[in-house]
Design a protein around this ligand. Structure first.
Ligand code: PLP
Length: 416
């Protein structure tokens, strides 16, 4: 049995449970204070334990991005689940099944094909139920959702209001990630809320008695109390806030001390002539996210301000000095390093995983005899396989670690 995290095999994905709980509680408290509901997007972690934490134990009002997640949460007693992903025909049967099992299950449409799909499948619905629909708007992010000025938006809400139940007008403010400056982000959020309210009013002018809410947010927009949200009758649906990561830190959404997940990796070789350390964590453990946009600074090596990850192979990472030549002898083979990844949810985390109180260990399933890697076209496969190995055993506490992390030196969200 492991006694300290240094006894765990590397690479190893570590979760600081105390930080996790704090982040979850903090969002619950922000929402309470602003009088908006919280519908956490659970796709970031895809775990029952963290979904329980982020709903404050109610197990109600969550959103997912895959049906495997929805089914898993339904099995675990969760209810009021929004499948926040464009609906298509081949998903209908499983959605109908979930509607039969849950008191509330909602789907999302982002274009007219989604509305048509729901309309064509009305006859499959369980007796007494109608489709409950989040209508996604594109208020600037440019990914999915109706243009609020388009005829398609009008056609969609008319059809939904007349023949289905409109749950919400939904905007995922992904554009907030691009706006690094807090003041500009707040201004942008101001405009978003006004646009949402304008869309709401447009529907209400035609259908004054229809009841629906406004769904808003992403981690950067939800993570701080903005007064503008007090006029929002609706819900927030952030996801990454439970973990936070280097990207959130750079967006000044969190402090370094709010980042929950680190990858523990080990120096396995040196390339002396290049002043380079080779570690046992590559793109499968850290993900490729950020490396293109920020090749010199896409993750943090904890406590090692002069080290940077300069390259990633599948299962190896290359580390050099930011300035000057690295003396490899200072990092003998076996040295443990902790890396905060850029986007925690983008990691190709393969899951010989066990959650033991404070530490989650995620390794590559391919190393585990008898387990087959599933095709990547079904990303949530991990889930069904991950679950049986997870236990809350309390084996290892991150607090046992002797290593002292660095002081928070960079600019981030200020402590309250
Ligand atoms: C539709 C939708 N809603 C909510 C979220 C959660 O966003 P975040 O992780 O930025 O909080 C996402 C994330 O990609 C999303 O795609």
């Amino acid at each position: 049995m492991s006694r300290s995290i240094f006894d765990l095999p590397t690479p190893c994905f570590l979760i600081d449970k105390d930080r996790l709980q704090k982040n979850a509680d903090r969002m619950i408290s922000i929402c309470k204070d602003l009088n908006v509901s919280l519908r956490p997007n659970t796709k970031t972690h895809k775990t029952i334990e963290i979904a329980e934490m982020s709903t404050g134990g109610t197990k109600r009002c969550i959103e997912v991005s895959t049906l495997v997640e929805a089914e898993m949460y339904a099995d675990a007693g969760f209810d009021d689940i929004l499948y926040a992903y464009p609906i298509t025909n081949e998903k209908i049967d499983r959605c109908v099944e979930l509607m039969g099992r849950l008191s509330e299950f909602h789907v999302m449409v982002c274009d007219l094909s989604g509305v048509e799909c729901l309309k064509a499948n009305m006859d499959k619905l369980p007796a007494g139920k109608t489709w409950s629909v989040a209508l996604e708007l594109d208020l600037g992010f440019g990914r999915t959702g109706f243009n609020p000025d388009s005829n398609d938006f009008v056609k969609a809400y008319r059809e939904i209001v007349k023949t289905m139940t409109l749950l919400s007008l939904y905007y995922f403010s992904g554009d907030a990630y691009i706006i690094r400056k807090r003041s500009e982000r707040m201004q942008r959020e101001h405009d978003v809320v006004h646009s949402l309210i304008a869309c709401q009013n447009k529907i209400l002018s035609e259908f004054p008695n229809v009841k629906f809410i406004l769904g808003n947010g992403s981690t950067p927009t939800c993570s701080e109390k903005m007064d503008i949200h007090r006029c929002l009758v609706g819900e927030f649906h952030p996801g990454s806030y439970v973990f936070n990561d280097y990207e959130q830190y750079l967006a000044q959404t969190c402090r370094q001390s709010d980042i929950v997940c680190r990858v523990m990796t080990k120096v396995i070789a040196h390339k002396e002539e290049k002043g380079m350390l080779i570690v046992d964590c590559g793109s499968l453990g850290l993900g490729h996210a950020g490396i293109k946009q920020r090749p010199d600074d896409f993750c943090i090596v904890e406590g090692e301000t002069n080290l940077k990850v300069v390259g990633l192979c599948q299962e190896m990472g290359m580390i050099q000095a930011k300035e000057g030549d690295l003396d490899c002898k200072k990092y003998p083979v076996g040295t443990i390093l902790f890396i905060y990844p850029y986007q925690v949810y983008m990691q190709d985390i393969h899951l010989d995983s066990f959650l033991c109180g404070y530490v989650v260990l995620w390794c590559d399933t391919r190393l585990r005899p008898g387990l087959q890697r599933q095709p990547l076209s079904t990303p949530s496969f991990m889930f069904t396989q991950r679950r049986p190995w997870w236990t809350f055993g309390g084996l290892v506490r991150a607090g046992n670690v002797q290593y002292k992390g660095p002081a928070d030196t960079r600019e981030g969200r200020q402590p309250e």
